[in-house]
Design a protein around this ligand. Structure first.
Ligand SMILES: C[S@@+](CC[C@H](N)C(=O)[O-])C[C@H]1O[C@@H](n2cnc3c(N)ncnc32)[C@H](O)[C@@H]1O
Length: 244
């Protein structure tokens, strides 16, 4: 590894055992560890996972706003990007840790773009991580796709906005970023008679996870939408799915 660069590190979905050897190696070598956390949370979940390897490191918490105001959100990320760019130009190895993989619905891509916008010479690299999708599929003992099956990953907002029978085109639909929309999502799937093909996995890898399927979803706690991933297997090819 050369010095003076930014590396986005995927640290897996929660269980410390699911961080890769490569991620630990880079964290150990890094001068600065950037840990994103939502402004309304005291702790960064990512930092909790990696702190055992961070003794003596400079930790830079990067709070981000969840406010609907785009301008406020952009301003805070622009400031964080400036902090990262300054460290890199001083020759420091900056590790930006992210839950799961940095390439899947992570703020890393956004931050990296801002940093390159400040200084296009800063080298940027990615250390991939185990995604929450893989961890959740493992928690319910299912494969994501096999043979000729098709798989799609969608944010909850897109699933709620779509009309028609689009899910039939995929053997496995994975829904992420559910949050407070869980009751709406469950109602939507209920209306489409899809609940019998649906499983919700929360907090996979944290040891406090839950698995809820079928009509039990109608009565599950709305809080279960956070750190939750849903699988809908109603496609044409899979053995348990509904037929067209
Ligand atoms: C902002 S995205 C980050 C995804 C992450 N980069 C990855 O590769 O898994 C956050 C979403 O990931 C999913 N997620 C993250 N950790 C999870 C976990 N431990 N169990 C279930 N879903 C999780 C949820 O759908 C959550 O809304």
């Amino acid at each position: 590894l050369t010095r003076g660069r930014l590396i986005g590190i995927g640290i897996g979905p929660g269980a410390p055992g699911r961080i890769t050897l490569e991620a630990v190696e880079v964290i150990r070598k890094a001068d600065v560890i950037c840990t994103p956390r939502s402004e309304n949370k005291e702790e960064s979940i990512a930092y909790e996972i990696i702190k055992r390897w961070c003794t003596g490191k400079r930790i830079v918490a990067m709070p981000y706003s969840m406010a609907p105001d785009h301008k406020a959100r952009e301003k805070s990320w622009q400031d964080h990007a400036q902090t990262i760019a300054s460290s890199c130009s001083e020759g420091e190895l900056v590790a930006f840790v992210t839950l799961g993989d940095p390439g899947l619905y992570s703020t890393f891509a956004y931050v990296a773009k801002l940093v390159r916008g400040i200084d296009s010479q800063i080298p940027v690299a990615i250390v991939p991580g185990v995604t929450s999708v893989s961890a959740c599929a493992a928690a319910i003992g299912q494969s994501l796709a096999q043979a000729e099956e098709t798989l799609t990953i969608q944010p909850c907002s897109q699933v709620l906005a779509k009309r028609g029978v689009w899910w039939r085109n995929f053997d496995c639909v994975v829904v992420m970023k559910i949050g407070r929309k869980l009751p709406d999502l469950v109602k939507h799937l209920h209306r489409l008679s899809l609940l019998e093909h649906t499983t919700l996995v929360t907090r996979a890898g944290f040891g406090t996870g839950t698995i809820t399927s079928g009509s039990d979803l109608l009565t599950c706690d709305a809080q279960n939408g956070y750190l939750a991933t849903m699988f809908v297997r109603a496609g044409v090819n899979n053995e348990t799915g509904a037929k067209k």
